[in-house]
Ligand binder design. Structure first.
Ligand SMILES: Cc1cc2nc3c(=O)[nH]c(=O)nc-3n(C[C@H](O)[C@H](O)[C@H](O)COP(=O)(O)OP(=O)(O)OC[C@H]3O[C@@H](n4cnc5c(N)ncnc54)[C@H](O)[C@@H]3O)c2cc1C
Length: 448
């Protein structure tokens, strides 16, 4: 258990993916230098143990960012929580260097994240879903000085309430299903892919379809083709083919920490230009290597006359009918093309995600949060939601700030710097309140 009852924490973190892990590390390192005046923090995660997109840890899938964009390096290259420190601790630093590759597999990066979380485990409670964040019942938000965070044990062992002066919400992206498709045991979103795939008997899977044109769609198509040599796989692609992810150096600059300022302080036109010119760095695009792998497989099959990988370009899913083990997918070729059916044993919708949306968690608190003219949250440069003066507590966002802070909001690229900025903001606001002496320390022991 990573919290103490009846304590008012400086920070409660909601969700414990890489973003809040990076924050926990930043606070941990602050504590180490703060001689007993560290920030008290505790984190709640609904998964039973640490997991970063576990259902997409496909064999040989690689990271889409350099290992240098780990939890800490861009904030503090001397941190003992870096990917290099992990490699050193694992005895693999020379071997990693011999690979001469900036992009580790996702499996290895996952192991790195697990190693890092184990060193701050003292401050995390797994299997705990945050249900709401609220002002204490009947209290005046200004004089209460803290918020209540209602946490539900996912195994049904009841709820509890934790007090905090600041809350950092980092609940991640929300899976998006296409219209007309409902998830079940044969219709999967990519975010649940491996779990659902492993529940099936592979021999039963002879015809599969994958909807989408992004990285996950291409990786799953390749995986199914390789894992199921007896199966036919249809890739349902709305565009004319997969488009390549631009990770060339000039384009990559939009993920630099300094690009956040350019975006944040830019005009609406600047921000719009960021998306217009650089969307192809991350959205609905695929790594060159995966595209070439798929094309090669299809070509080799054609040479052998054993075609079992089908690319349905310019095609959209228009509906799914399910009955027992049968799944009938309706497809439309072109915008006004004929609709035809395809029978499959499983359908994977690699149809992406929506941005993080904290409104549900905020409930009534939402009325203290200021919004812009288009209804989106106003967010300060330090990732704190702009609130009306009656609410002195901080509500910070790690994610869901694409409209204010730009493309890195839901990515790993900037988490080291961003969580450092959030930590600094919380430390500064506490210093301003002058409570330095009174706060006990909670953030995890560096036990690794
Ligand atoms: C397959 C895949 C690969 C990716 N690869 C890359 C990559 O290589 N590079 C890159 O920059 N980005 C990548 N991304 C983008 C991705 O968003 C980031 O990798 C990363 O997950 C962001 O971390 P996060 O902590 O903000 O969110 P998440 O990792 O999504 O973590 C959020 C956590 O909050 C928990 N949670 C949600 N609601 C609650 C609640 N109410 N109470 C308690 N816990 C809750 C969730 O269980 C989850 O563990 C990838 C995304 C996917 C899907």
């Amino acid at each position: 258990m990573g919290y103490r009852e009846h304590e008012t924490y400086d920070v409660v973190g909601v969700g414990f993916g890489p973003s809040n892990l990076s924050l926990a590390v930043a606070l941990n390192e602050h504590r180490a230098n703060a001689r007993g005046h560290g920030i008290s923090a505790t984190f709640f995660e609904r998964q039973p143990a640490f997991g970063w997109h576990r259902n997409m840890l496909l064999p040989s899938a690689t990271m889409q960012i350099s290992f240098l964009k780990d939890l800490v390096t861009f904030r503090d290259p001397t941190s003992s929580f870096s990917f290099i420190a992990y490699l050193h601790a694992s005895g693999r630093l020379p071997q990693f260097a011999n690979n001469q590759d900036f992009f580790p597999t996702r499996e290895e990066f996952h192991r790195y994240l697990e190693w890092a979380q184990a060193r701050v485990a003292h401050s995390i409670t797994y299997g705990s879903e945050v249900m709401s964040i609220r002002i204490p019942h009947g209290a005046n938000p200004k004089s209460a000085g803290h918020l209540e965070i209602e946490v539900q044990d996912v195994t049904g062992r009841g709820a509890r309430v934790i007090n905090a002066r600041n809350v950092v919400i980092s609940t991640g992206l929300v899976p998006n299903m296409p219209d007309g498709a409902e998830r079940d045991e044969r219709v999967w979103h990519s975010s649940e892919f491996l779990e659902k795939y492993r529940r099936m008997n592979p021999g039963e899977l002879r015809r599969l379809a994958v909807v989408g044109a992004g990285q996950s769609a291409a990786e799953i198509t390749r995986f199914l083709y390789d894992e199921l040599p007896h199966a036919e796989v249809w890739a349902i692609i709305p565009s004319y083919g997969y488009s390549v992810a631009d990770d060339t150096p000039f384009a990559n600059q939009i993920f630099d920490p300094s690009a956040v300022d350019d975006y944040y302080y830019g005009t609406e036109q600047t921000r719009e230009a960021f998306w217009r010119y650089h969307r192809n760095t991350n959205y609905s695009v695929v790594d060159d290597e995966v595209i070439r792998d798929l094309y090669r497989r299809a070509y080799d099959d054609e040479v052998r006359g054993t075609e079992r990988l089908h690319f349905l370009n310019l095609t959209r899913l228009s509906g799914v009918k399910r009955a027992g083990a049968e799944t009938r997918v309706s497809l439309q070729a072109g915008l006004d093309g004929d609709v035809y059916d395809l029978d499959v044993d499983a359908l994977v919708c690699a149809t992406g995600y929506e941005a993080m949306e904290p409104t549900g968690l905020l409930g009534d608190l939402d009325r203290y949060c200021l919004r812009d003219e288009t209804g989106r949250y106003r967010v300060e440069r330090d990732y704190r939601i702009t609130t009306s003066p009656e609410l002195p507590c901080g509500l910070y966002l790690q994610g869901g700030t694409e409209h204010t802070h730009g493309l890195t909001s839901s990515l790993l690229s900037n988490i080291a710097v961003r969580s450092g900025e959030i930590a600094d903001s919380i430390i500064a606001s506490r210093a301003k309140r002058g409570v330095d002496q009174a706060v006990p320390v909670e953030v995890g022991h560096d036990g690794g």
